[in-house]
Write a protein that binds this ligand. Structure first.
Ligand code: ADP
Length: 366
């Protein structure tokens, strides 16, 4: 088992670059946690500090209530899987898989038994006599996973393990990792820059930007209630629509402006927070819907691009004196580029953010 706590963890590289800033996180035993964020945001650095491959500049790393800062990587009871597989090219698959056991001086009979077990789990039985050069990318990554699993560690660390695979294989392997992780019940931290991967895999997701943990929560929490504009923009595709607007109060009613249109908002939440004036508003594309022209709250826009996937239609909209918007609606949406449409924003789905800090105001629509 492995509960992990990072307490005020910082990393400053020798050249003075501050790659991880005051990172705090509690991971529970058996969780599958995703670190997600753009390239260079500090995901690998954080993972490598947990692995012991990178020194922690300040702060504390706890695994199962033991302070780990000074513990050697080999004594941390963890296995790592990397993007580049890191297999030994001259060793057969079975020897690659058995390698960690050999390092622990485990006997041949036991090694062979464990290799057979893990090979069966990962469907590698038929490949054990081959060398890595004679395997596909997916098979190599499976061997790397088998090698990580064979020691039955308390913690798996995976750094973009699927980045070299094509899209279809990546989706398959993703599901396989989720299933394996659940079966084995091993606490796992998985690093990716791909928000879709993060959303589909994680029980909880840590969104990181600029070396700073922006939000830690379930995929639903992060999607529905992003903590700030960075998270709002990074998670979700197409992106959340965000525009500069103003909150106006008139006779006890609250409105948001969108061009010349006024969107009526709920009352009590805004009253309680005393919000008014310039603000940033955000709405997910699926919360914009086609409207009738005589709808008093309809906004007139023009279709610039229409992408219909057969399952849904992403409609990119422009308008006079209105910021561009994206609507995702049913695939039966009939419209074409250049055509005018009326849309309506679901006010209860609008999120509000502080113009200066980008931080979200939660629960404004009550
Ligand atoms: P990510 O995994 O999110 O892509 P990294 O953790 O690899 O990001 O890197 C975070 C930042 O730290 C990057 O700006 C990177 O250039 C910098 N960095 C990584 N390793 C070193 C190093 N050894 N010395 C100095 N800067 C580094």
């Amino acid at each position: 088992m492995s509960d992990i706590s990072l307490v005020n963890v910082c990393k400053t590289y020798k050249n003075g670059y501050s790659a991880v800033k005051d990172f705090n996180l509690d991971i529970r035993d058996k969780e599958l946690i995703i670190f997600v964020g753009p390239s260079g945001c500090g995901k690998s650095t954080t993972l490598r500090m947990i692995a012991g491959l990178e020194e922690i500049s300040s702060g504390e790393l706890w695994i199962d209530n033991c302070l780990m800062n000074m513990v050697e990587p080999k004594n941390r009871d963890l296995s790592m899987v990397f993007q580049n597989y890191a297999l030994y090219p001259n060793m057969k698959v079975k020897d690659n898989i058995a390698f960690p056991l050999k390092m622990q001086h485990i006997g041949k009979t036991e090694r062979e038994k464990r290799v057979a077990e893990v090979a069966q789990k990962l469907e590698l039985d038929a490949l054990l006599e081959r060398k890595p050069g004679a395997l596909s990318g997916g098979q190599r990554q499976r061997v790397a996973l088998a090698r990580a699993m064979i020691r039955k560690p308390g913690l798996f660390l995976m750094d973009e393990p699927l980045a070299n695979l094509d899209a279809k294989l990546r989706t398959e392997m993703r599901r396989e990792i989720i299933t394996l992780q659940r079966e084995l019940g091993v606490t796992t931290i998985y690093v990716t820059h791909d928000q879709t991967e993060a959303m589909t895999m994680g029980t909880r997701i840590a969104v990181i930007s600029g070396g700073v943990l922006q939000q830690f929560g379930t995929p639903q929490e992060i999607y529905r209630n992003p903590a700030n504009l960075f998270v709002a923009g990074f998670i979700g595709s197409p992106n959340m629509n965000v525009w500069d607007t103003e909150l106006i109060s008139n006779n006890g009613q609250h409105y948001l402006t969108l061009g010349n249109a006024r969107i009526p908002m709920g009352k009590s939440g805004l009253d309680a927070r005393g919000l008014q004036g310039p603000i940033k508003a955000g709405i997910r594309p699926e919360h914009i819907v086609p409207a009738a022209p005589d709808d008093p709250h309809a906004v007139r826009m023009k279709i610039s691009i229409l992408e219909n996937t057969g399952r849904e239609a992403a409609v990119f909209l422009t308008g006079a004196d209105i910021p561009d918007m994206t609507m995702v609606t049913g695939a039966d949406f009939s419209g074409r580029a250049g055509q005018e449409v009326y849309i309506r924003l679901k006010p209860e789905k609008i999120l509000l953010f502080n113009t200066e800090t980008g931080c979200a105001y939660g629960d404004v629509y009550v």
